[in-house]
Design a protein around this ligand. Structure first.
Ligand code: ADP
Ligand code: MG
Length: 270
């Protein structure tokens, strides 16, 4: 497959929220502090089935902490995170989940990081195969076929035998996306997936993300990339000081939503 280099045409036909679909991610009253410093100060956020939600805001506003709390890489001090109706980190009876139960819950949340976080000693294919093979999600030949299909989807079918250091940043990030998809999660989380890339490589990653959005994948994306907010997101949440300052549709938020801080923010990143 040829490497992709442009973002798909704007998705004019995509419906805009509020959606009536089921709630895939439901964050309620989440607080989190680090050494007395508040990172999340009572966050409420809902992501519906098939919805693409962008999270934007200044550095230090709590975006990464929010993504990590949804994946339970961080535990909230207060409040709850539900994915697919189950409270992350808890059993149905409200008691804390065991490590094994937590691992099962996390499988439902695919995560893509700013710095790719691929396993450097594994080939592209093995990076994608690792989790489903370890967790025995299907027969080995099914897992391989699915991995090959995902690498084709992200435009890297011919690179399956390579190692991460042999690839560009944009290619590595596309492998990371294929890896996140390998467990067929009900939601994909991205934390600034294009901000470590050289500018000429951003488009190929946005293009893959645009395809996923078109397919109806449920996505929560922390990003400063205006093209993503404008052309791909259905809904935008603007964080400031650990709180949701405003949320709304992209055109509303990109125009500042009546808040001078938001206007200044978009002026500074554009
Ligand atoms: P953003 O991703 O929007 O830049 P973060 O979620 O990374 O913001 O950080 C929010 C606040 O929480 C910042 O003040 C940051 O310094 C603090 N913080 C985040 N993670 C940690 C941590 N592991 N230890 C201490 N402070 C942290
Ligand atoms: Mg961050």
């Amino acid at each position: 497959g040829a490497d992709l280099d442009v973002v798909g045409t704007p998705r004019m036909a995509r419906r805009r929220v509020p959606h009536t679909g089921s709630e895939v991610v439901r964050v309620r009253g989440v607080r989190r502090s680090f050494n007395g410093r508040v990172a999340l100060d009572g966050i409420d956020l809902t992501v519906h089935q098939g919805e693409v939600v962008a999270v934007v805001g200044p550095s230090g506003s709590g975006k990464s902490t929010l993504a990590r709390v949804v994946n339970h890489l961080e535990q909230p001090d207060a409040g709850t995170v539900e994915v697919g109706g189950r409270v992350i980190g808890r059993r149905p009876d409200g008691r804390p989940a065991s490590g094994r139960e937590l691992a099962a819950q996390r499988r439902d949340v695919g995560m893509v990081f700013q710095h790719f976080n691929l396993f450097p000693h594994l080939t592209v294919l093995d990076n994608v195969l690792l989790a489903p093979s370890y967790l025995r999600i299907g027969a080995p030949e099914e897992i391989r076929a699915r991995a090959a299909e995902l690498l084709t989807k992200v435009g890297l079918a011919e690179h399956w035998q390579r190692y991460p250091h042999e690839l560009s940043g944009g290619q590595q990030q596309r492998v990371a996306i294929a890896r996140a998809l390998a467990m067929d999660p009900s939601v994909l989380l991205f934390d600034e997936p294009t901000s470590a890339l050289d500018p000429e490589l951003v488009g190929e990653v946005l293009s893959v993300m645009s395809d996923l959005a078109q397919e109806g994948r449920t996505m929560l994306v922390v990003t400063h990339e205006l093209r993503f907010v404008r052309d791909i997101a259905d809904w935008v949440v603007f964080l400031d000081n650990g709180r949701v300052l405003r949320q709304g549709n992209p055109s509303e938020i990109l125009r500042g939503a009546g808040d001078e801080r938001i206007e200044r923010f978009f002026a500074s990143v554009s």
